[in-house]
Design a protein. Structure first.
Length: 114
């Protein structure tokens, strides 16, 4: 029995690999950060946390605040924002160009998968 990938999946997999390679080639610390920050991991990989956030955003575009609520307290707001930002660098998530107001009236970026 032979299984074939759905049309276009091969190119999506390659795009994901290219995005990860691009992200891994970029600096992971600011110039103003202490030396210990630059000694951290040399690359980021798709881990369970990033995967969970990506799956949540695949279900519907969300602001960071909405994403925190959707994660049901499984991670801190800061961690969720950081992992979402890493997914942006990886080329898997982008600014949708839309903004939504929070309860306090502030506008927030709506993030979506690519």
């Amino acid at each position: 029995m032979s299984t074939s990938l759905p049309q276009g999946l091969d190119s999506s997999i390659q795009a994901l690999r290219d995005a990860i390679e691009h992200m891994n080639s970029q600096a992971k610390a600011r110039a103003s950060d202490p030396e210990t920050s630059r000694q951290g991991p040399s690359s980021l990989h798709m881990n369970e946390t990033r995967s969970r956030i990506l799956k949540t955003l695949q279900s519907r575009p969300l602001t960071d605040l909405e994403l925190v609520q959707a994660m049901n307290g499984k991670m801190s707001a800061s961690s969720i924002r950081s992992r979402r930002a890493e997914l942006v660098v990886m080329g898997l998530v982008r600014d949708s160009g839309k903004r939504r107001r929070s309860k306090n009236g502030r506008l927030h970026t709506v993030w979506q998968t690519i």
